[in-house]
Design a protein around this ligand. Sequence first.
Ligand SMILES: [Zn+2]
Length: 84
Amino acid sequence: MFTNMTMKNVFFNNPNPDCKEDCRFRECGPAMTTAAYYPPTYDKYGNNLNPDGNITTQQIACTVCGKVWQSATQYGKTTYTRIL
Ligand SMILES: [Zn+2]
């Protein structure tokens, strides 16, 4: 699925600083994406002024430390909040 692939790519480009070299991460449960509609609106240069602002959330667990984060991705940027 496109959403999960995106999440994996984003995640592995941003390894969690709290974890160590041999930590392993696993997605927990399905990625969830808000479903608001953002109709593309372009200026005269073809820039989309109304990009998709939906937020994709996914829980990610470290199988070594037992820590769990929730990732939130919007506008191509992912932030992580530790929840366990
Ligand atoms: Zn870890």
